[in-house]
Design a protein around this ligand. Structure first.
Ligand code: XMP
Length: 509
């Protein structure tokens, strides 16, 4: 295991992913993690991440200095390099000229850390401070035009620092540097793989739950599907799945879930048809946040009504992922965390009284998909686009009626079918149809008609915080449009949404 000490959220996550891509397990820690804990875990190396602050700023985070006495190599990146140099006796000053973006790096020592890296290479910089002077314990490994210590090594080999960011794709040799550190300097074997994760997790789950039953809510999405498949492999019939039909599902969604989990996997699946309750409560409601609140409350009622009937159920399974864990551990309350919170309706409150089983809490989303493939979930399910908890309710803009839901459901199915047929589904992060609350004029035969508008939205993004619209070819959009207008009664116009996020969001409500 490589421990990553995170001085500023997004850096730590990116480094953790890069390390795992090298088949070495990595875990992110907050700056205050005691060195003794890392020793206890037997980590083979430590990476100190970059961060937004200056090391001399008030409340600038630092790490336990004893980390440098653990006897395992430490790599400091940007802010992490400055922290390491400061602790080990260097002088950090604001740089004469700040460096942001691409810059040329000249490698002056191509031993260990820079083995195999060209003498002159491009790196990505983002810093205001830099290391100015170092004592004789350090040697410079690389420099940039403005930064004499672009990379350093402590003479006894316990600390390395790079002022640039090897974890970003803009640093082409970044992977070589990380590999040199992980394999050669720390001596990691690079044999961590999904099957190990699955076997270990199965053991852990069995130990945790004993003979009790575990309830797992299925949503039709990837995370809950993989959670259920993993738990089923671990505890078989002790797993009970609940799927709530809220009347706001996509076409064939309920049937698909039943076929997969009950038919194929033979799981104990309870389908709760609560659609009348949801739609009755939503009647006449147009405010999006009010819709979300109603759906959140009804979901809990529906889930609870079924869960109460299951005897000996002590545990509730949740598809919590690693980024959620890191975000909720971040006390600065960053934007990502807040936005998630606002979306987190449709979840279950703690007061249901179950103990939690969270088998995916150490994984990133792409790793969850790999586990899903390993467990034999079909491609269709593993690579599904995300779908919001409130379902089609936030895509029927304005009032929700059964008729309007049926129109949107058909249009959505056609759009997704054509996107798949064109081979575009996997390159698009999320695609959806929206029903607008306006009638527009059209001609049908000789008559004027006033019918509805469907908007199609498709975006590409890695984190769903920022997104660009997908450049779907006009021919594909044309087919989607003519099929929707011909096949879905009540629609006479189709538009394509070409806004980016921000300032627009992915959903329309
Ligand atoms: P926005 O519209 O904010 O969406 O750009 C970002 C991502 O979050 C999903 N989303 C939701 N997910 N409950 C959810 O579980 C919600 O209320 C909700 N609203 C938006 C959206 O589909 C996209 O993937």
């Amino acid at each position: 295991t490589i421990a990553i000490i995170d001085f500023g959220s997004q850096y730590g996550q990116l480094i953790a992913r890069r390390v795992r891509e090298q088949k070495v397990y990595s875990v992110i820690y907050q700056p205050d993690v005691p060195a003794a804990k890392l020793a206890q875990l037997g980590v083979k190396g430590v990476i100190l991440s970059g961060g937004p602050k200056s090391v001399y700023a008030e409340n600038a985070p630092s790490c336990d200095p004893k980390i440098f006495e653990l006897g395992v190599p430490v790599l400091g990146i940007c802010y992490g390099m400055q922290i390491g140099c400061k602790i080990l006796g260097g002088d950090i000053q604001p740089a004469r000229s700040r460096e942001y973006g691409r810059t040329k790096l000249k490698v002056v020592n191509d031993q260990d850390l820079f083995k195999g890296v060209p003498e002159s290479t491009t790196v990505w910089m983002s810093h205001g401070d830099q290391v100015n002077e170092l004592n004789d314990d350090f040697e410079s490994l690389a420099e940039t035009p403005t930064c004499p210590y672009g990379a350093v090594r402590h003479k006894d080999g316990k600390f390395f620092g790079v002022q640039f960011h090897p974890e970003v794709t803009h640093t082409p040799c970044g992977n070589d540097i990380l590999q040199n550190f992980i394999y050669d300097i720390c001596g990691c074997a690079g044999n961590w793989q999904m099957s190990d994760f699955v076997e270990e997790t199965i053991e852990k789950v069995r130990n945790q739950v004993g003979d009790s039953k575990v309830i797992c809510g299925l949503s039709g999405g990837v995370d809950s599907a993989v959670t259920a498949a993993l738990l089923h492999k671990a505890i078989g019939d002790q797993l009970v799945c609940i799927f709530v039909d809220n009347g706001l599902l996509r076409k064939n969604e309920r049937e698909g879930v039943v076929q997969m989990f009950s038919g194929h996997f033979h799981m104990d699946l309870h389908v709760v048809d609560w659609s009348d309750q949801f739609l009755d409560q939503l009647a006449g409601v147009t405010d999006p946040q009010k819709k979300r609140r109603i759906i959140g409350a009804e979901f809990i009622a529906a889930f609870k009504s079924e869960a109460d009937k299951i005897e000996n159920a002590e545990f509730l399974a949740q598809g919590t992922l690693y980024p959620d864990v890191i975000e909720s551990g971040n006390k600065d309350g960053n934007l990502a965390a807040n936005i998630k919170l606002h979306h987190n309706v449709g979840g279950l409150p703690e007061k249901l009284g179950f103990k939690l089983v969270e088998p995916l809490r150490d994984l990133f989303k792409d790793e969850v998909r790999l586990v899903g493939e390993y467990l034999g979930l079909p491609e269709d399910m593993v690579w599904r686009h995300p779908f919001p908890g409130p379902g089609l309710a936030v895509r029927v803009i304005g009032e929700i009626t059964r008729e309007r839901l049926a129109v949107l459901r058909e249009a959505d199915a056609i759009a997704i079918e054509e996107i798949k047929a064109a081979g575009l589904y996997r390159s698009i992060s999320q695609a959806l149809a929206v029903l607008l609350p306006v009638g527009t004029v059209g001609v049908m035969g000789d008559e004027r008609s006033y019918e509805s508008v469907i908007a199609i939205r498709a975006v590409e993004t890695t984190d769903f915080m920022t997104a660009d619209f997908s450049h779907i070819p006009f021919e594909v959009l044309g087919t989607i449009s003519s099929r929707i207008i011909n096949e879905v009664r009540g629609v006479n116009r189709v538009c394509y949404d070409i806004s980016s996020k921000p300032p627009a969001t992915i959903e329309w409500e």
